[in-house]
Design a protein around this ligand. Structure first.
Ligand code: ARG
Length: 601
């Protein structure tokens, strides 16, 4: 099905072409002044200027052409040459019927579907996940859902951080605690025990302990570095330990992500590309792309106008437009974050061959990704413009600084989930659930409300902006919140349930009231919202849409009785059908945001 805005734009474009003008002038959007018309086309002014015509005269010629299209009731020329388009009640009714029957609820499909990998999540094995990883997970998961819905072929990869110094710290921490384990025998080749020697709880106490000790104890830090180097070089016992750490962490991560309904197709990590690194480095050296620099191997990725030497205001020399080189192998002979990311691109091209790779990672890593992308382009793995870093802003506390817990640490995802659940449960208690809901269902509702609160609070912000963490606001049933939207969906479900109890059924949709018109127009905007969200990789367009839809439903519900006896069977049947269409689209939209509404609350 095609949304009305597109149908009208097609008609407008044809009208401009019929006047010998460019089709692009025929863009149509929903009206900024809904009291005057439903849609508007502002192209006459620009087209007339270009063609040396009078804009109002041009508009007067275009208007009757648009008026011929079936959906249009009236076209008015206003001001200097605006075309104000009003669609017929019948066209709106037809649209509502199509939305109700459409498996995509009017959401449309991408014209140019692509094969993509989305890299999001990026938690580090053994280190607790923090709020930044939460944003990555929620935004990335929503993009996966959206793109897939619109027809793209998407693979989501968690890309664990499992190759860095933290692994060395863990190895020596376990070694000190349980020195007799077979993993620490340098000559042992395995097989090693299948059961992990540590639990997630062990890891989460060992890591912070080892990490802080390494900052004060140089010899300890050196041992950790040596352990990483040996692990990277392939020492069997350390590799076996690494796998245990990964397995134990992944099991815990799945619980935390599961709470948010975030999932991944691939649970690969930095360590997976280890076998690719040595041959990759060799090939890059042979090709002359990697060059030696003070004992390290780097790739020069600067472009003209970058790394220019200049003199600062203070008279001291400084670099203008700095673009540090890509560090392939450092002077100690180790490979790190740059190399694993580059090898991961190579791996993805060889195993999946996507047309595009998207990275949903904190904006503060922008330089890292620019470096990796340029190196991948230079190495001919994939063109720079097919790699996108989708950065996001910081979650701040009420003081405007990056959010910290009361103890001053970064907030862990598991704690965030627990806090949200507590707050949601408290809110539900205040609002009061319908009386006959039992304890089990109550708990399920609490989880759905908590998840909706967290996900919507994050996704409603434009991806790149910072936002303030405020659980009390996020879990409120009023305002632009997840719980408000759940409430809207639950209310429609309740209406439909009551109708069924009274054996009322939905029937032919007839649009009459202004609020009914607005409700259908709100639904008609779904395809555009999804198109924008996909093009710009910005989930907030979906949030805007579902919120606007819920508000339009509220206005409709206040003005148009549905179950009242005296409205008559035909009206009731029509309004029930409208309710069904709205619920279908609302739940579809919420589903893209990873939000599920309970049946009742
Ligand atoms: N593990 C990294 C971090 O915590 C994020 C990984 C992002 N993805 C990537 N391909 N580099 O900062």
């Amino acid at each position: 099905m095609t949304d009305l805005a597109t149908q009208l734009a097609d008609a407008c474009r044809a009208a401009f072409e019929a006047e010998g003008l460019e089709a692009r002038w025929g863009d149509v959007k929903q009206s900024d002044r809904p009291e005057l018309a439903d849609f508007q086309c502002n192209g006459c002014m620009g087209a007339a200027k270009q063609a040396g015509m009078n804009p109002r005269e041009l508009a007067a010629k275009i208007a009757p052409r648009i008026n011929e299209s079936e959906a249009v009731d009236r076209v008015d020329v206003a001001g200097p040459g605006f075309l104000n388009i009003t669609v017929s009640n019948a066209a709106l009714a037809k649209q509502a019927v199509l939305i109700e029957a459409d498996p995509k609820a009017g959401g449309g499909a991408a014209k140019d579907p692509e094969k993509l990998v989305i890299d999001f999540g990026g938690p580090n094995v053994a280190k607790p996940m923090h709020v930044g990883h939460f944003r990555s997970a929620v935004i990335g998961d929503t993009l996966v859902r959206l793109l897939r819905f619109l027809g793209d072929d998407v693979t989501g990869d968690v890309h664990l951080g499992d190759w860095g110094l933290q692994m060395g710290l863990l190895i020596i921490a376990v070694m000190d605690a349980q020195p007799d384990l077979p993993y620490f025998d340098a000559s042992a080749k395995g097989p090693f025990p299948e059961a992990p020697p540590v639990t997630m709880d062990d890891l989460s106490t060992l890591y912070p302990m080892a990490s802080s000790r390494s900052k004060e104890d140089e010899a300890y830090a050196k041992r950790a570095q040596d352990a990483v180097a040996e692990m990277q070089a392939g020492r069997p016992g350390y590799r076996a330990l690494l796998q245990h750490f990964i397995d134990v962490s992944v099991a815990a991560l799945k619980v935390d992500y599961g709470f948010l309904d975030v999932s991944f197709d691939l649970w690969k990590g930095e360590s997976n590309v280890d076998p690719l690194i040595a041959p990759m480095v060799d090939a890059l050296k042979t090709a002359g792309l990697a060059v030696e620099d003070d004992g390290a191997w780097i790739i020069d990725i600067a472009r003209e106008g970058e790394n220019v030497e200049a003199v600062g205001k203070d008279g001291k020399p400084r670099l203008k437009n700095p673009m540090p080189p890509f560090m392939l192998v450092n002077s100690r002979g180790a490979t790190g974050y740059h190399a694993t990311d580059l090898a991961t691109i190579k791996d993805r091209m060889e195993t999946i061959n996507p047309g595009r790779i998207l990275y949903v990672v904190d904006q503060r890593q922008a330089l890292h990704f620019e470096q990796v992308f340029r190196a991948a382009d230079k190495a001919n793995y994939i063109a720079r413009e097919r790699l996108e870093h989708l950065g996001f802003g910081t979650v701040n506390g009420k003081d405007g600084k990056p959010f910290k817990t009361r103890e001053g640490g970064t907030l862990r995802l598991a704690d965030l989930n627990v806090m949200a659940l507590e707050e949601a449960t408290k809110r539900i208690g205040e609002t009061g659930l319908s009386g006959d809901i039992g304890e089990v269902e109550k708990a399920q509702i609490g989880e759905l409300v908590a998840r909706a609160s967290l996900r919507f609070a994050d996704l409603q912000n434009q991806r790149t902006t910072n936002y303030v963490f405020d659980l009390e606001r996020f879990t409120s049933f009023e305002g632009k919140t997840g719980p408000y939207l759940l409430y809207a969906a639950v209310r429609i479900k309740a209406i439909l349930r009551r109708a069924a109890e009274q054996s009322y059924s939905a029937g032919e949709i007839v649009i009459e009231a202004a609020e009914e018109r607005k409700l259908v127009l709100a639904m008609d905007g779904f395809a555009l919202a999804l198109r924008l969200a996909r093009e710009k990789r910005m989930p907030h367009y979906i949030c805007e849409h579902v919120y606007g839809l819920a508000q339009a439903f509220s206005a409709f519900y206040a003005a148009c009785p549905i179950l009242k006896d005296d409205i008559g069977a035909a009206k009731r049947a029509s309004r029930l059908a409208l309710c069904q269409a709205v619920l279908h689209q609302l739940e579809t939209g919420l589903g893209l945001l990873g939000i599920t509404a309970p049946d009742r609350m």
